[in-house]
Structures are given as C-alpha cells and as structure tokens.
Design a binder for this molecule. Structure first.
Ligand code: HXC
Length: 255
C-alpha cells in the first residue's frame, strides 16, 4: 500500500510513524485510518521492530478528527466513523510492542485520543492538549471519554471534557496525561533514547510486560496476578536464563 498521509522510517529496531498532513494540522480522515491500520499490521508482522513512535509534522501532533469530513455525516455515518477510530486506536494498545506518542504540538480531540491510545506520551514544552469537542456541539468519539478518565482521574477528565479548555505541557505532566516534557528541539532525540532503552531489553519480556499490564487493568486484581505468575514462569526459558546468567557473569545479555 502507498501512503499519502503517513511516513514510516525504521532504523535501529525503532519504527517512527509521522502523520504528514500539516496543511490541515494532521486532522484525522478516513484515509488516515486505512493507512494506520495497514501500518499497524505491517509493523506487527516485522519481528525486528521493538518500539513504535507516532508523531506529527509541523505545529500539530493532530488537531482532531477532520471537521471538513465530518460536517456532512449522517448520525449513522458518525457512529461508524467513531467505531473506526476506536478500533484502530485499540489496535495500537493490542500491538505487542510499546507504542510511544511524541507530542510535538497541538493534541486536540481525536489527536489527544490517538495519543491516549499509545502506551505513554512524551511532549514538547510547546504542546497543547484538549478535548474541545463541546466547542463544536459534539463529544469525543475515539474513546476519549473512557481513556481520559482512566488516565488522569474523573475530575481532571471532566474538567477538560466539559470546558473544552486547552492545557499546556506542564499541566498535562501534573495530571499524568504525559510522562515527560522536553524542549521542542530535543523531542525526537529524547524519545529515540527512551525507545532505544526499551529496544535493548529482553524483547519477549517487553512484549509480555505490556500484555500482562494492559490485560490486567481490564481484569480483576486476582486474574491479573494469575496471568503475571504464568507469564513470569514462561519467561525463564524464553529469555530469563540468558538475562540472569549475563547478570551473574557481569556482562550484557545477548538476546
Ligand atoms: C479539519 C482542521 C482541523 C480539524 C485545523 N484544521 N484543525 N481541519 N479538521 N480538526 C485546519 C484549519 O481549518 C486550517 O485550514 C488549517 O488547519 C490551519 O488551522 P488554523 O485554525 O488556521 O490554525 P491556528 O489558527 O494556528 O489554530 C490552531 C487550532 C485550530 C487552535 C488547533 O485549528 C483549531 O481549533 N482546530 C480545531 C480543533 C478541534 O476542534 N478539534 C476537535 C475536532 S472534533 P485552512 O484551509 O483554513 O488553512 C474531534 C472528534 C473526534 O476530534 C472523534 C470523531 C469520531
């Protein structure tokens, strides 16, 4: 498949996916979702890739779903467009490898929902965050109502969802919406450094720790603990022997 909106660059076991539609502040249209779906499938099949990064070109990460595409939708088409985005962002969570959002600028509406579908978020100090759907007489449709409250708690989520207010990077850090804030010119270097750290760890361990953590948060505590014990045990033969032996022999493991 040829990509018009997304650019992909794979190096050093890290895939960087850039949304490249700066003239519309990277607004998400149907074509974006087709391309992203295809990229998720391709990267998932490439066992050499250990981390994926998603970022935006220009002054926005993503300024939301494409309002020009949505304006003529019927209610039924609106529901389908919502489901489409929910499914694609859920696929990011279901990817075995960690997915990091590199938030270079505006992350609004569907853009913040995309960022929240990633495993964690690193932001430029100039980034702005918001769920401004109420300004348009709409509500979020890509699971923003569900993920925001789970990530930052009910009151901060409802503050953002009902006021439609944009918050800056430091406030996003304070409420736990992003995990780190860096100067704009250092954003990609810093994220590649973090991705490189992840890529240097036991690759099966990283995949399993994501799976067990994500599965656990949707299960009961006891179910999550059972899954953890099972996967802990299975890691001995998968990679644990190599990693623990390397530690005792004071050398780096060769995974
Ligand atoms: C379509 C968009 C867009 C969007 C910006 N553009 N956001 N086009 N959909 N979400 C376009 C503008 O129309 C403009 O096109 C160009 O990008 C540059 O934007 P400006 O507004 O001129 O830039 P600026 O003055 O810097 O303002 C930046 C901004 C503003 C504050 C981010 O663009 C803005 O408020 N955008 C909308 C944000 C929003 O409401 N997002 C939520 C969408 S609803 P032209 O052709 O004029 O140059 C949503 C629902 C998700 O996301 C769930 C769906 C199921």
């Amino acid at each position: 498949m040829n990509y018009n909106i997304l650019k992909i660059d794979i190096a050093d076991k890290i895939a960087v996916v850039t949304i490249d539609r700066p003239e519309a502040l990277n607004a998400l249209n149907s074509e974006f979702f087709k391309e992203m779906d295809d990229i998720i499938a391709n990267i998932s099949a490439d066992k050499d890739v250990r981390v994926m990064i998603i970022t935006g070109m220009g002054k926005a990460f993503v300024a939301g779903a494409d309002i020009a595409e949505m304006i003529d939708m019927t209610p039924e088409q609106g529901t389908s467009f919502s489901k489409l985005g929910q499914n694609v962002f859920r696929s990011l969570e279901k990817m075995e490898i960690p997915v990091i959002a590199a938030i270079n600028g505006f992350a609004l509406g569907g853009g913040l929902e995309l960022a929240m579908g990633c495993d964690f978020r690193i932001a430029s100090s100039k980034a702005k965050f918001g769920q401004p759907e109420v300004n348009l007489g709409m509500i979020p449709g890509y699971a923003g109502t569900q993920r925001l409250s789970r990530l930052v708690g009910l009151a901060d989520a409802l503050y953002m969802l009902t006021t439609g207010e944009m918050i800056g990077a430091q406030d996003a850090l304070r409420i736990g919406l992003v995990q780190k804030v860096v100067e704009p010119e250092q954003l990609m270097d810093e994220i590649k450094k973090i991705a490189g750290t992840i890529a240097s760890k036991g690759p099966t361990a990283v995949r399993k720790v994501k799976y067990v953590t994500r599965k656990g948060i949707l299960s009961t505590f006891d179910e999550g603990c059972d899954l953890e014990s099972e996967y802990f045990g299975s890691q001995f033969k998968a990679e644990g022997e190599v990693g623990m032996r390397a530690f005792l022999e004071k050398r780096k493991p060769d995974w």
